[in-house]
Design a protein around this ligand. Structure first.
Ligand code: PGA
Length: 247
């Protein structure tokens, strides 16, 4: 595991974007796994800057998002499809047909999840997967208790996550209670994992994930068993780390 500590969220975004840009420049048809939430926003801003100012080319890039709420239209301003369009896709030269976000409105959600996994396989797997961490240690929407070998599936969100995410909705009752998420086993199959975290409120859970025991109580602890993980973490979020990480 490689841990890069940085001073600010902007610097986190720059360092993480540099990892992605290097991968994209080395491999046409790069398959990029994307995450939502507030943490990756500076990363997406930097990717947009690299596109506009340095010609980073997304025309052959393929993307897969980690998760989506069940029951929100793609046009709903809290859906993750909407978030990705607003925060990244509308500002770069990506072909939207090559951008994939799970469909939380699929009639057959289980079947959709299987098909989502097959689409990832069909393009040769994910080259680099961006990951954040929830306050409760969730990885994508894999809540505590999720099998570390889980696959893409629909699941119930925890009270904790619903409360955390209610800051984006008018009232807590508006937050969907279910989601579709790539599984932890699915995520671990990506070639490279790019983990980003910022803010003092994440320090405890970041240390639990990266240094604590491998446990279903902290789904992000699964990062410890992947051989190619780059973590870009602000100093405040890294404050509880004690180890010198080695690859
Ligand atoms: P955040 O969410 O980036 O908004 O903190 C992260 C997550 O829940 O995975």
């Amino acid at each position: 595991m490689r841990v890069i500590k940085v001073a600010t969220p902007e610097e986190m975004g720059k360092q993480a974007a540099a990892v992605i840009a290097a991968g994209m420049r080395a491999k046409p048809h790069f398959v990029l796994g994307l995450a939502t939430g507030s943490t990756p926003i500076p990363l997406y801003q930097e990717l947009i800057r690299l596109h506009k100012e340095e010609g980073l080319d997304f025309s052959t890039t393929i993307t897969f998002n980690l998760d989506e709420y069940v029951g929100l239209e793609p046009t709903h301003d809290q859906s993750y499809r909407y978030f990705m369009n607003e925060q990244l896709f509308d500002h770069i030269n990506i072909n939207k047909a090559n951008t994939h976000v799970p469909n939380g409105l699929a009639e057959d959600l289980e079947g959709h999840c299987l098909a989502y996994e097959m689409m990832i396989d069909d393009v040769g797997g994910i080259d680099c997967q961006v990951l954040g961490i929830g306050g409760n240690g969730h990885l994508a929407f894999n809540e505590p208790g999720s099998s570390l070998a889980s696959r893409t599936r629909p699941l119930d969100l925890t009270e904790n996550t619903i409360k955390d995410n209610s800051r984006f909705f008018e009232k807590v009752e508006d937050v969907p209670t279910r989601a579709v998420t790539m599984g932890i086993g699915t995520i671990l199959e990506a070639e490279n994992l790019l983990f980003v975290a910022n803010g003092a409120n994440k320090a405890g859970i970041v240390a639990a994930a990266l240094e604590g025991p491998l446990t279903v109580k902290v789904p992000a602890s699964a990062l410890q068993i992947h051989s190619n993980v780059t973590c870009v973490i602000t100093e405040d979020a890294a404050a509880d780390l004690t180890l010198n990480f080695r690859s």
